[in-house]
Design a protein around this ligand. Structure first.
Ligand code: DNO
Length: 357
């Protein structure tokens, strides 16, 4: 595995490349061309400049998170081919630049959903959390203002204001899109992009739904083992794989993550490893990475990745906000750096106990 951290670019992130470079064990970042809208062809010069900036800091770009999918592709609208052509053009540009991993999601309308971005814990740390009752009380159309109001003034990953300003229209557009249709639209998209992925050896890694159940009645096709297996079989090409996000899949206690890792062996191209703590049947908070602080067995997760020969980039995920840091919710430096150290320690122990190091 390659240990990485997510970096949002100078204009959006409070964390610097230098700080990431100084985090022991981290050799790369996952990033994207922030500001590029879903459906747009990425600018060659802008991407080159981003790559150079990362490489000048002594790090590499281990993958792109995300090249977002235009809603017309998810919905299967008549104009979807135009946007798929644009996606292919972006993949070509990235392939030529030596990028081999793309994280994306096929969630309808909303990327990850939370009811609070800064719940105060007993020790004064703040965490993101999810309470179904509170989500049910929110008008879907106003979800963006609820989230945005609590974002410390930072742009939220996956919550592009341009799209979020059109929520009413988006809900209208997704009317009638059920899981079958969403899956069929994913298949269509994958079939069209796989030749370019084969050409440049680009691994596509779809992100699971977060949380792992339907929110606001929207269809969900990446919630657990069976659906993930189905998605990789939609187009049975090794470049069609998943991002193993433990915090997303883990929201549903019925998801046995080590078992999912074994079932998807060879098709996990990227791993987001973080812990969560269940606070009710459909309620959870994002705890520290440590097994003892949450409900997931992080050792068993890392061991399953190790045992299945996982070689891709891995990154700690949403951290708590601690030590007075002001950063994008979930993406401060301190708790993610603790996550890096903890996950690297688990990995070293697993490797040494397997006699390989
Ligand atoms: C949340 C992230 C997601 C992820 C996208 C992938 O923090 O894990 O926003 O990047 O779903 O497209």
């Amino acid at each position: 595995m390659q240990m990485t951290m997510r970096w949002f670019g100078k204009a959006y992130d409070s964390v610097t490349l230098k700080q990431i470079r100084q985090t022991p064990g981290v050799s790369g970042v996952v990033t994207t061309l922030y500001g590029a809208q879903p459906g747009e062809v990425w600018g060659k010069d802008a991407f080159r400049a981003l790559k150079k900036e990362v490489e000048d800091s002594g790090l590499s770009i281990a993958g792109i998170e995300s090249v977002n999918i235009h809603d017309s592709i998810k919905i299967g609208s008549p104009d979807r081919d135009k946007y798929i052509d644009n996606y292919i053009a972006t993949l070509e540009l990235l392939g030529e630049a030596g990028i081999h991993l793309i994280c994306y999601n096929f969630m309808a309308i909303f990327d990850w959903t939370r009811s609070d971005l800064a719940k105060i814990r007993d020790d004064g740390a703040t965490v993101m959390n999810y309470e179904q009752k509170r989500i049910d009380a929110i008008e879907p159309d106003s979800m963006f203002s609820v989230m945005n109001a609590k974002s410390n003034g930072f742009a939220l990953a996956g919550w592009e204001p341009e799209r979020m300003g059109r929520l009413k229209e988006l809900f209208e557009m997704y009317r009638g899109i059920d899981e079958e249709k969403l899956s069929a639209n994913l298949r269509y998209f994958l079939e069209r992009i796989m030749p370019v992925c084969d050409k440049y050896d680009i691994n596509m890694a779809v992100h699971p739904d977060d949380p792992a159940w339907s929110v606001f009645g929207l269809p969900r096709i990446m919630t657990g083992k069976d659906k993930l297996l189905r998605s990789v079989k939609l187009v049975d090409n090794p470049h069609n794989g998943i991002t193993l996000c433990t915090g997303s899949l883990g929201t549903n206690p019925a998801n046995d993550i080590p078992d999912i890792i074994h079932a998807l062996k060879g098709r996990i191209h990227f791993a987001h490893v973080r812990n969560i703590r269940y606070t009710g049947p459909r309620d959870f908070e994002e705890s520290a990475h440590l097994s003892a602080d949450g409900s997931l067995d992080m050792f068993a997760i890392m061991k399953a990745l190790y045992d299945t020969g996982f070689k891709g980039p891995i990154r700690p995920d949403h951290g708590r906000m601690i030590w007075g840091e002001a950063a994008m919710p979930g993406y401060g430096l301190y708790d993610r750096a603790l996550g890096v150290s903890y996950l690297s320690g688990l990995w070293e122990a697993i490797e040494k106990m397997s006699g390989l190091r």
